[in-house]
Design a protein around this ligand. Sequence first.
Ligand SMILES: Cc1cc2nc3c(=O)[nH]c(=O)nc-3n(C[C@H](O)[C@H](O)[C@H](O)COP(=O)(O)OP(=O)(O)OC[C@H]3O[C@@H](n4cnc5c(N)ncnc54)[C@H](O)[C@@H]3O)c2cc1C
Length: 395
Amino acid sequence: MSGLKIDQSTCIGCGKCVRACSSHGLEVREKKAYVTDSCTLCGICVESCPVQAITLERESAVSEDLVKESKDIWVFAQQSQNEILPVAFELLGKGRELADAKGCRLVAVLGEKEERGNVDRLIAGGADAVIFCQDARLAEPNAEVFTSWICGLIRQFRPEIFLFGATSFGRELAPGIAVRMQTGLTADCTVLEMDAESGLLRQTRPAFGGNLMATIICPNHRPQMATVRAGILSPLTPDPSRKGERIETFLEAQEETHIKILETIPQSDSDSITDAQVLVVVGRGIGSQKNLPLMKRFAELIGGKLGCSRPLVEAGWCEYKAQVGQTGSSVAPKLLFSIGVSGAIQHLAGIGGAETIVAINSDPSAPIFGVSHYSVVGDCVEIVKELVEELSSES
Ligand SMILES: Cc1cc2nc3c(=O)[nH]c(=O)nc-3n(C[C@H](O)[C@H](O)[C@H](O)COP(=O)(O)OP(=O)(O)OC[C@H]3O[C@@H](n4cnc5c(N)ncnc54)[C@H](O)[C@@H]3O)c2cc1C
């Protein structure tokens, strides 16, 4: 068993471990230290103890053998109302590239109430095999049920890498699985690549408030797990002629779950910017809230939706759901107009999936021009006014 052990006969109750711990994982009672439920097994207290009374035993769920035995790249195929979410296909697109680089199989993991052609869709989307389970208990996004099923699969098949969409459910499910498997998880990756030398997955994500990009590896535990937000990666063009294996699995009888789904409210996506093909993203450079209707009109005229940078949400000019970037949505339109946006790293984290970026900014050295395909230097309000006039006269 893993755990933090305190040798009570050695402990002098000095409290240095309590002060060293940042998660209230220890307390001193009657001059002896005790571990609390908040202990995260980080081990920082071990070194702080002047009398070596603390030891940390980590049950290695993954031995060296397991690291060697692990194979295949898995993608969790999240579905909602019998439809596989686009992010699963995006993960398959990247997974295909990684599996080809590694020389292993790409496997989708799909649990649903009844099959309606999703296995074939996943194979057409790039999977070599689909681990499938048909069970009414998998109809709802109940993380307890899915965790129990998936952890059983991991023990049985030992994947090397496991990718999840950073959806609300993916963000609930993946950490639970990582904890049970005693492995690491890198959330909200923006880049995934295979290290040619070590064969490890390099998982890159913004860190320290987005001021730098950190590349994280998971050398000693399996599976190497990561989540990626929708819109960051690109799906493959579906190929219905692809053939793949279907691996039938079953959900064990399970004790009563603690989660009860009372109601599922489908999200209205009519104003969602994440699936927009054409997007106009406005920033503080538009100068004033009164210029927003002009920007909206421009978006309408080119058949697009309106997104914004964070300061516009903070100023109350736009709703949060319109925010693009690290703490907003990731978008992947075919065409993105960036208007009066500086291109801060936290903003750029959300537009990496855009195919073509046209940026308008009065500052020729604005960082947005480092990623734009077409760069227009000038007053964005004046330029958009002219564009609107031109487009209106055409229609
Ligand atoms: C942890 C964290 C998370 C964050 N998450 C996000 C996020 O998700 N999304 C996000 O957008 N930001 C985010 N930010 C904020 C980010 O760092 C920037 O502050 C923000 O993106 C700047 O928005 P902006 O480009 O609209 O404004 P500014 O930085 O003020 O830039 C305005 C730009 O407009 C140009 N301009 C001015 N006048 C005109 C004109 N008349 N015509 C044309 N151009 C003009 C200027 O040259 C300038 O480049 C985050 C920050 C942190 C610390």
